[in-house]
Ligand binder design. Structure first.
Ligand code: B12
Length: 249
């Protein structure tokens, strides 16, 4: 005779599942301060992260916290998600914590009063993955560029129109999905047709160097940190072809 089901056969112990998840999270830094930031991002607490980063900022530079704490922790979340260890709710909590943390670091980095030049940034049409763009905005701002932030899921024509209107020295695009990155060549083609010849730096998990260098104006941006450096090259007088030669294969 089979026995009636026990509680553990009926109920899922979510506290145990959470414990198992914690054991699978890899450390991202040897530095205990940066690791504490990463831990907080993984736990997805967008209030606590302000406290943790506030403390970290007393001993570490904001850029260090972004590059060596927040970004690797978000990558780790991506790995756990890809491997089916965590799910969308945890990702949403962590990405909210990421955005909160970046804005605190951004405040600390300050902004120069005199802006060097204007850059338009956007996340591709149909795509709401804007964490990469948020980082790009913060780094460009900190480096003294005026950022015209079009936000996420921006229609192709709106991007082109913004470039016509604001006359930026550079356009930045972020796409995390293979279905949305196809907006980039369409934007580039329309810009060329309208005579708006500026470097169009495209990044985000979905896009590859081969894809971006397949259309005119396209320059592949591997890391957010490249954005201000490329913008400086433009100020120095380099055109999109020279920039592509320098930064891409
Ligand atoms: C966080 C996340 C989310 C969050 C997004 C929150 C937000 N505000 O961004 C939420 C939960 C909302 C989400 C939703 C969805 N997601 Co999601 N998500 C992710 C996840 C886990 C991490 C992405 C991320 O933020 N990475 C960290 C950032 C910092 O990386 P990044 O943007 O690439 O930026 C870095 C560089 O690329 C570069 N960079 C970026 N832009 C630029 C620009 C310039 C100029 C330069 C120089 C550099 C640069 O700098 C950054 C670091 O230095 C990935 C999985 C993974 N492993 O990546 C899936 C993933 C991107 N999502 C995916 C999917 C499918 C979805 C959903 C459709 C799920 C669903 N079924 O509803 C929806 C999308 C809805 C939509 N229309 O967009 C897929 C995409 C698959 C594909 N290849 O097409 C992925 C790959 C997961 C998977 N393996 O299936 N998601």
């Amino acid at each position: 005779m089979t026995h009636p089901p026990t509680s553990s056969e009926i109920f899922t112990r979510y506290d145990i599942r959470a414990e198992i998840t914690r054991q699978k999270v890899r450390r991202v830094s040897e530095d205990t301060i940066l690791q504490s930031v990463a831990d907080c991002l993984v736990s997805g607490d967008d209030t606590e992260i302000l406290v943790v980063i506030g403390k970290a900022l007393q001993k570490r530079e904001p850029l260090e916290i972004i590059n060596k704490g927040l970004i690797p922790a978000m990558k780790e979340m991506g790995r756990l998600y890809d491997e089916g260890i965590i799910f969308l709710p945890q990702i949403i909590l962590s990405s909210d914590a990421m955005v909160a943390g970046i804005s605190l670091c951004e405040e600390k980095m300050g902004q120069s009063i005199e802006k060097k030049a204007r850059v338009v940034t956007h996340t591709a049409e149909g795509d709401i993955h804007d964490i990469g763009q948020v980082i790009v905005n913060a780094l460009l701002n900190a480096a003294g560029f005026e950022v015209i932030n079009l936000g996420a899921d921006v229609p192709v024509d709106d991007v082109v129109e913004a470039c016509r209107l604001y006359k930026p020295i550079m356009l930045s695009g972020t796409a995390l999905m293979t279905t949305t990155m196809t907006a980039f060549p369409r934007i580039a083609q329309k810009m060329v047709e309208q005579g708006i010849i500026i470097p169009f730096v495209c990044g985000g998990g979905a896009v590859s160097e081969a894809f971006v260098t397949g259309y005119d104006l396209g320059i592949w941006g591997k890391e957010a940190g490249w954005a201000p450096l490329i913008a400086e090259d433009i100020l120095f007088g380099m055109d999109w072809k020279e920039i592509r030669t320098k930064w891409n294969r």
